[in-house]
Design a protein around this ligand. Structure first.
Ligand code: KG4
Ligand code: ZN
Length: 339
């Protein structure tokens, strides 16, 4: 069984092949040119996907050692994401599936992230708590099995990655700013500035816009005396901000670990690449004696391997899809059960 995965929801074009349950190819082409605009430009993103998707498919098939007529199933991200960008992958996958006469599976991008731990040798065990931290989403979920995902909470404003990117912009870093915040934070003192951790009524929701504003106010107050922030200041701000984010995430995960009897914890999404966050979640898992699965960096950011994996699971569970899937920008209301 050869499964082709296609991902084009944002600024990564990715094509993957899973053959008989083994990942054979996972090519990711990142659109670095958005950096000069300080964020992803949807129109440019769609054009770039269109340009590279076919060469990327050819390369992935050659790495996987299969011909196109050996593809048995096509799995593609249908949303959420940038509509124009999604349409490129979706139309491409539909056309290919139709011409090859193979099943086509539209996949929810967030579900792809939620199960990305299964791409690792050491996999999550059900039931598990999944903390999804990406540029567009922040979710805490109880994953009971392949088909039952219960949403415990989500952000009421900014996503974690969005907060990283906005704070990075304040510090003068290029987009995406997460990796640079991490780099500067390594040299800084996380105790230097006390940034607030939002206190919310709902037990498992998150909020990061207050933190972002607190960083803005702090930067403005420092700039009154030093218009140009030096590297030491930037490092301390980055480290203190990063600590506040991690504290907020750990707080909610800790509460969920006390309430739900789970076997493992999985941290996923682009921000799961953050080394301090990875360490904090590992430590939390050790305290509770739970298995912790955090995917390798290639499976944290957007990738087609997770889409191929999820599409295969949906297909194996008996779901069949017609070609009428449309691209969607928001999570459908019924995508996850709400706690
Ligand atoms: O999952 P992803 O690749 O795309 C979305 O689906 O949103 O996540 C991208 C996000 C960006 O906001 C980026 O700044 C953040 O992940 N990110 C990081 C790190 N690497 C990427 N944030 C913090 N620390 C990192 N090392
Ligand atoms: Zn993503």
């Amino acid at each position: 069984m050869n499964v082709l995965g296609i991902e084009t929801s944002c600024d990564e074009t990715s094509v993957a092949v899973i053959s008989n349950g083994k990942l054979k190819a996972n090519l990711i082409s990142s659109q670095d040119f958005h950096a000069e605009y300080g964020g992803v430009i949807p129109e440019l993103s769609s054009r770039a996907h269109l340009q590279i998707i076919l060469p990327l498919l050819k390369k992935a098939l050659s790495i996987a050692g299969i011909q196109k007529d050996e593809i048995d199933l096509i799995s593609v991200t249908a949303g959420p994401g940038l509509i124009g960008a999604l349409l490129v992958g979706l139309s491409f996958a539909k056309g290919l599936a139709f011409s090859l006469d193979v099943p086509f599976v539209p996949v929810n991008h967030i579900e792809g992230h939620i199960f990305s731990g299964f791409l690792m040798d050491d996999k999550p065990e059900f039931p598990y708590l999944s903390l999804v931290v990406s540029g567009g989403h922040t979710l805490l979920l109880l994953v009971e099995d392949d088909m039952k995902i219960i949403k415990l909470g989500s952000t009421i404003d900014d996503a974690v990655g969005e907060a990283f990117d906005k704070v990075a912009k304040l510090l003068g870093f290029e987009y995406p700013g997460g990796p640079l915040i991490q780099k500067f934070a390594e040299q800084g003192n996380p105790e230097k500035i006390k940034f607030p951790v939002a206190k919310l009524k709902s037990k498992y929701d998150f909020s990061f816009s207050g933190l972002k504003t607190a960083v803005l106010r702090y930067v403005q107050s420092v700039q009154k005396e030093n218009p140009q922030l030096d590297d030491e200041m930037k490092s301390n701000i980055a480290a203190s901000f990063q600590k506040a984010v991690i504290d907020a995430l750990v707080l909610k995960l800790n509460a969920a670990l006390q309430e739900f009897e789970v076997k493992s914890i999985s941290l996923v999404g682009g921000v799961a690449a953050n080394q301090s966050l990875r360490k904090a979640i590992q430590n939390l898992g050790e305290n509770y004696k739970k298995k912790v699965v955090i995917p390798d960096l290639t499976f944290c950011g957007d990738n087609a391997a997770m889409i191929a994996y999820r599409g295969l699971k949906l297909y194996e569970s008996g779901l069949r899809f017609t070609f009428d899937a449309t691209a969607y920008a928001r999570l459908p209301q019924d995508a996850f059960q709400t706690f």
